[in-house]
Write a protein that binds this ligand. Structure first.
Ligand code: ZN
Ligand code: ZN
Length: 615
């Protein structure tokens, strides 16, 4: 009611101001005849289109007042244009008012109104309107269906989507490209990727948007290898590329560190000229940095003409991930020199760069600066970085009091980082507190139980070790199985701990044994306390020797040319034993080994790791 009053009021006042219309719109004297001659509907339509396109609500309302004045509102086309204008200007309630007052609604009016709701984020209303449309027995078109489906995607309305799917099937609209694309998009966004694939395969005709929706759907559902396969199909079928397909492909490459495919996507971008787009540039920087190639990431970054905040953030986060805090901090300074203000994302990267290298003084400085100089209030990620920085550098009590002081409930990752610090600095008392919180937040994570028992073991509290192990058994927690990936000649090979499924497993295991023998000459011994499996000591050693990243490394050594660096990706944090193993391997083989674990990158060269033992 309030809105309607406001609406009437503004129309009345605009009536008064109608005389100023020509001035507002800078119309030619000829155009102003619209006020005096209602036969000039086309001119009015042009003005309404201009108002919608350039988002000029005041001028649009003035136009509306003319329309009321001359009784033109009964014209359905004019009303549809008004709905469109109000919707584009963000005045969705006014749009609805116009819609409700149309004496004869055509299908276009309904479609326009449904589209308006979806564009303005009122998806629920769009769905309701569709229901009303059905109740009134109005036939819908492909455009109605695709419009309502867009609303379903935003609302994650699976049930409605399934009903619409059935409608589409009954009315033979399923073969329509727009309907099919919208349908597969909803399914993919609602994590029903199987259904999305079925719709995709059924579609007789597919546009570039269809393909890019399918690739994005795979990425959304973490089916990165499938996304890359789709990309190959796109290349074969000769579909025109759009930047969205390539950006999704780059995200998939980044996720599974598939550098070769990433380079291919880069080549496509180069050919199509999309590579100058800052959005695509940021995806490229992110891809190269997550594939372990920080130098290539920097090259893309340096060549980009337009350096905006998204691109800078991608680069700073890359430096941080690769344990290069100096570069991250220099870029942070440069960013401000060119007049860009750091945002929350920038600070997460800069703080985590400090965390990776244990730079406590610098971390505190940035945390302060963020509030005082840039007027940003730290969120849970910033606090998490600070707890990490303090904990890693041994200021465990300070880390604890920061957790108490922060205005959020601490997350599992915050307590987890405190627990890890307690292990390094042998603080049993705080470890127990952190572990207690962790058991509550993520009871299914076995890693926490094992970490706590390791802390007891390091302090020779054997009774507590037994208790912790017993507790672990009783709660029947599951441990995520360690997995590593390595890309050889554009094929990604996956390894699991102790698994013998690979075509060349005999060779891999015997080469690995040779490596152990060689390493033992350098004093290497399996450090079984790092193993998280609840098994006997000798069995534990066996498992530890066959951790997935070790298998991936040996396979890389077998297949890659001697000058190539070896890049491995791992789904968990690298364990202490594998870390020692990789350092020695880099020394013995003279290779650069890059391991990306869930937390960061480790660049192993000549017996040392870039992380300086902080991880
Ligand atoms: Zn390991
Ligand atoms: Zn390391």
């Amino acid at each position: 009611m309030k809105t309607i009053c406001k609406f009437t009021k503004s129309i009345q006042s605009l009536h008064k101001n109608a005389r100023n219309l020509s001035h507002c719109l800078m119309l030619t004297p000829q155009d102003t005849r619209v006020r005096t001659n209602p036969t000039h509907i086309p001119t009015l339509h042009q003005i309404l289109q201009k108002c919608a396109k350039e988002k000029l609500p005041t001028e649009g309302m003035a136009c509306h007042s003319c329309i009321i004045q001359y009784g033109l509102f009964t014209n359905t086309l004019t009303s549809n244009m008004l709905i469109n204008m109000y919707s584009k200007c963000g005045f969705i309630n006014y749009a609805r008012k116009v819609f409700d007052e149309i004496p004869e609604r055509s299908l276009v009016s309904w479609n326009t109104m449904i589209g308006s709701y979806t564009q303005n984020g009122n998806e629920k209303e769009a769905l309701d309107l569709f229901v009303q449309m059905q109740k009134e027995g109005i036939e819908f078109s492909e455009f109605t269906l695709s419009g309502v489906l867009c609303a379903c995607a935003a609302e994650f309305a699976v049930l409605e989507c399934r009903q619409l799917h059935a409608f589409a099937f009954k009315t033979s609209m399923l073969a329509n490209m727009f309907v099919g694309t919208a349908l597969l998009d909803v399914y993919a966004k609602c994590n029903l990727v199987e259904d999305a694939i079925r719709v995709f395969e059924y579609m007789p005709e597919k546009s570039a948007v269809t393909w890019s929706s399918m690739v994005a759907g795979y990425v959304k559902n973490e089916l990165y290898e499938e996304a890359l396969m789709m990309f190959k199909k796109v290349q074969v079928t000769g579909v025109e590329f759009n930047q969205f397909i390539v950006s999704s492909v780059l995200a998939a490459c980044a996720a599974i560190a598939a550098k070769i495919e990433g380079i291919q996507a880069h080549a496509v971008l180069f050919k199509t000229g999309f590579d100058v787009n800052f959005f695509v540039c940021s995806s490229l920087v992110d891809m190269y940095s997550k594939c372990g190639s920080i130098n290539e990431a920097y090259l893309v970054f340096s060549c980009a003409q337009d350096k905006n905040i998204v691109l800078l953030n991608a680069m700073i986060s890359g430096f941080s991930r690769h344990g290069r805090p100096m570069e991250a901090r220099i870029l942070f300074e440069k960013m401000q020199q060119i007049g860009l203000q750091p945002n929350e994302v920038t600070y997460v990267s800069v703080l985590s760069a400090c965390g990776h290298m244990g730079l406590v003084k610098e971390g505190k400085k940035y945390f302060d600066m963020m509030v005082k100089e840039h007027n940003l209030s730290p969120n849970v990620f910033h606090y998490s970085c600070m707890v990490d920085i303090l904990g890693r550098t041994g200021f465990i009590d300070e880390a604890r009091s920061l957790i108490d002081k922060m205005p959020f409930v601490a997350t599992a990752s915050i307590w987890g980082s405190l627990l890890s610090s307690c292990r390094v600095y042998k603080n049993v008392e705080l470890a127990e507190i952190a572990a207690k919180h962790l058991f509550e937040i993520e009871p299914e994570n076995a890693g926490n139980h094992v970490l706590l028992s390791n802390i007891y073991a390091a302090n020779r509290q054997w009774n507590e070790v037994i208790q912790a192990r017993k507790h672990l058994k009783e709660t029947q927690v599951k441990k995520e199985r360690g997995k590593s990936w390595i890309e050889i000649k554009d094929k990604v090979h996956t390894f699991m701990v102790g698994e013998r499924n690979h075509d060349r497993h005999d060779e891999i295991y015997s080469r690995l044994d040779d490596m152990f023998e060689e390493m033992e000459k350098f004093g290497y011994r399996c450090e079984t306390q790092h193993d998280l499996h609840n098994v006997e000591e000798n069995q534990k050693e066996q498992l530890l020797r066959h951790h997935s990243e070790k298998l991936a490394l040996v396979f890389g050594l077998m297949c890659l040319p001697s000058s190539a660096s070896i890049r491995i990706m791992k789904n968990l944090r690298i364990c202490g034993d594998c870390h020692v193993f990789m350092k020695l391997a880099s020394k013995i083989t003279g290779r650069e080994i890059v391991v990306r674990d869930t937390n960061r990158f480790h660049h192993f060269r000549n017996g040392f790791c870039s992380c300086n033992e902080f991880w």
